[in-house]
Design a protein around this ligand. Sequence first.
Ligand code: NBP
Length: 484
Amino acid sequence: MSGNAGKANIGVVGLAVMGSNLARNLASREGNTVAILNRSYEKTQKLLDEHPEAGFLPARDYEEFAATLAKPRTAIIMVKAGRGTDAVIDELVRVFEPGDIIVDGGNALFTDTIRREKAVRETGINFVGAGISGGEEGALNGPSIMPGGSAEAWQTLGPILRSIAAVAEGEPCVTHVGTDGAGHFVKMIHNGIEYADMQLIAEAYDLIRRGTGKSPAEIADIFAEWNRGELESYLIEITAEVLRQTDPATGEPLVDVILDQAGAKGTGAWTVQTALDLGVPVSGIAEAVFARSLSSKPAQRAAAAELPGPDGTFDIHDADAFVEDVRQALYASKIIAYSQGFDAIVAGAEQYGWDIKKGDIAAIWRGGCIIRAQFLNRITEAYAADPGLVALVTAPYFADAVTRTQQAWRRVVVAAAEAGIPSPAFSSSLAYYDGLRADRLPAALVQGQRDFFGAHTYKRIDREGTFHTLWSGDRSEVSAVDTH
Ligand code: NBP
């Protein structure tokens, strides 16, 4: 291996915010020498100037980049997902050799990753789609990493990714998720859960504020308190900080001067679109995505502003009791969001042939990523106790939690509906829970309607077979036909 002397063991292509931080993280770990390349050299030069301590090996073009890397070459792409990713892959395939490894660390759609892996594999080069969560700070100090790709690539890549990942309770937050697009699929579901978690927290804030009249700073204290209990999580922690912030220009709470139109970069929508294709009800995630869409329709909101309804005020006698109800409703709804997210992972794994260890996924989300939370340990434990668990919410710990919290959950949903305060994620989570546990659903009537207008047939509760009724206004002419 003397040809590898003085060379880099890992390279990064794309040196914007995420790539430059990831490159610095890699360079800070013992044993790593990092080659860097960016389409325009300015970013490379800036990184070299600002971080001489990192000992980067810069390259101006792909040939130089390949020559700088020890074999088998390993490079992580951190460019804007989409056409840029394809362009960089084409260049790397041109200069790399069989056995080398290309990692896409961007937010690629998992079906793109499946396509790319298939195409790159034909050249003998390994392609790994790796979901990386944690934003700018995570990239620098330790993200949660969800790599897909082949077991062979994982042999080389595993130690490098373990060296830069966040650490939770002594364990690096990275695991080989599964083949081809499995890593990006799981990252997508992570982001979907993140949408639901954020929306639930926002609804909790809104209900407390309108219900009790507390100020954002007072509600910040409540969130800080919640962060010491079973809701402990990064998102609860940062919510307290956001609510505590004052706007220097006006002296108002910053949250009151921020325009109430939420943006999105698409991974929440991908989760919902994918779940629709897989037939998995991720209603909490969907409501969170739709709530952002609704918020960003100023013309419709202005046109509807005068429509009648309650004015959003409550008649609350015991503010502390109401706050505790909201906390419990948040916890119950959060359990539903995660349960739905893991249902989507199970369905995706089945559809695409991935052997995904659900407990391991919860474990690598404990650190580095946006949804990091204490309660992920409980998910790992639930899947360890029963790897074939059909729904997370039915695991003993979570079933106990929803049993304990559901009266408060119902009170909050009722109060929100009566006061005219939108709580789509709280209420849809409760509707999902009640739907799941229902002894009998009105789906029977839907089947009857479908058979009426489209002869779609139905099954019976008392006999095997498939049936179609010759529907008629005259009951005497109704007859059942066994089409079995
Ligand atoms: P951007 O998504 O803003 O992309 C900018 C980088 O892409 C620059 O290095 C740019 O080169 C390069 N690039 C583009 Br644009 N088109 C290219 C092309 N055709 N060929 C080569 N390079 C090209 O960077 P970012 O915000 O650092 O994000 C990088 C990736 O990480 C993205 O996929 C993003 O979705 C993901 N991300 C993840 C998180 C997270 O929390 N996990 C957060 C933010 C972003 P140039 O300098 O020459 O223009």
